[in-house]
Design a protein around this ligand. Structure first.
Ligand code: FES
Length: 353
């Protein structure tokens, strides 16, 4: 469900990125409660085309009063170009309530070390996480390894510097620039496994951290994640969020030979809808939209998790999954944008989240 939310402020963060502060009305505050690292999905009609896009919150539920997202203009990006050139204070954005799994529980009295890896606008949810940890866990430390093209394009540069300054040494940032030379070559280039090994050996211990957060392009995430896993870091302590739909490692899990005609029941907002769907046809999400059901979605690319639902009877298989963890999959959750029924009766419940 989308709510009309007023834009309180649009701030130019870098030449290509704006942050958008939202004014949540008092009667919706409860609905818009969120965890550090979550995102919002917006719906906007641009040139008569309905677009849905998700953007991470940079604000902290503890340290900040208002919700704020960052929107980086991407080449050819219709929504991001519109937001960077036309969106202004006082406009109204159709907004879904916060969602996403890119967080861990933060609690007072907990003493941990967190290492965060971000590239470009991937820093957005990381900023939310950093502010929340520093505000709540007074003895925890945070290290941010942050990759950018050059200084001019470092999103939230000042805010991060202020956080370093006020953290009593609990927050460190390590900048790596790909198109600007630093005297020390350790800080030149791109963030990947090799760079992290070097940083771990020569500058700041990385592998002794309790939890890791990665947000950026797929190549960076997979490279560093592979290194962390090979270094015996438990999978459950490595949290990652992809920017866009992955292309390189699309792991197709649908059995291409299976063809079943299934009777699908969709439960949404306590209502039941039914339609027939072939296991080799549309995804459950697309078929639901065609059937006129107001199901939630955003990326349609296995990344954002907005379309999550639970298969409560029968079975379904996903083509790709970059958003649900192993436990959620074992519990029967699917990304409906990727899910196809594999049983003659398949009941999918969007209300059980
Ligand atoms: S709509 Fe984003 S994961 Fe399905």
């Amino acid at each position: 469900m989308f709510y009309n939310i007023k834009v309180q402020k649009v701030t130019q963060e870098t030449p290509e990125t704006v942050s958008v502060t939202l004014e949540i009305p008092a009667n919706l505050k409860e609905h818009f409660k969120y965890k550090q690292g979550q995102y919002l999905t917006f719906k906007q009609s641009i040139n008569a085309e309905e677009l849905r896009r998700s953007y991470s919150l940079s604000s902290s539920p503890i340290a900040d009063e208002n919700l704020q997202v960052a929107i980086k203009q991407v080449e050819g990006g219709k929504f991001s170009t519109w937001a960077n050139s036309e969106l202004k204070e006082g406009d109204v954005l159709e907004t879904m309530t916060p969602a996403g799994n890119f967080f861990t529980e933060i609690s007072e009295g907990q003493k941990k070390k967190y290492v965060l890896f971000g590239a470009g606008s991937g820093v957005t949810p990381l900023l939310s996480i950093i502010k929340t940890i520093l505000a709540v866990e007074k003895e925890s430390e945070v290290v941010l390894v942050y990759g950018n093209r050059d200084n001019a394009n470092i999103i939230f540069n000042n805010q991060l510097n202020q956080l370093v300054g006020s953290s009593n040494g609990r927050f460190k940032r390590i900048d790596v620039l790909s198109r600007e030379n630093n005297a020390d070559p350790l800080f030149n280039g791109r963030i990947g496994k090799e760079k992290c090994i070097e940083i771990d050996l020569k500058h700041e211990k990385i592998l002794d951290a309790n939890e890791f957060f990665l947000c950026g392009p797929e190549s960076m995430i997979m490279d560093i994640k592979g290194w962390l896993e090979a270094s015996n870091i438990a999978k459950g302590n490595i949290h990652f969020e992809l920017f866009t739909t992955p292309v390189a490692s699309a792991e197709k899990t649908v059995d291409p030979n299976a063809k079943i005609m299934s009777k699908v029941t969709v439960i949404m907002d306590d209502e039941e809808f039914e339609f027939d769907l072939s296991s080799k046809g549309d995804s459950i999400l697309d078929a639901s939209v065609d059937a006129g059901i107001d199901v939630p979605y955003s990326c349609k690319g296995a990344v954002c998790c907005t379309c999550k639902a639970k298969v409560i009877e029968g079975s379904a298989r996903m083509e790709m999954n970059y958003a649900l963890d192993d436990k959620e999959v074992a519990d029967g959750y699917v990304l409906t944008c990727q899910a196809h029924p594999t049983s003659e009766k398949c009941v999918v419940d969007y209300d059980v989240i």
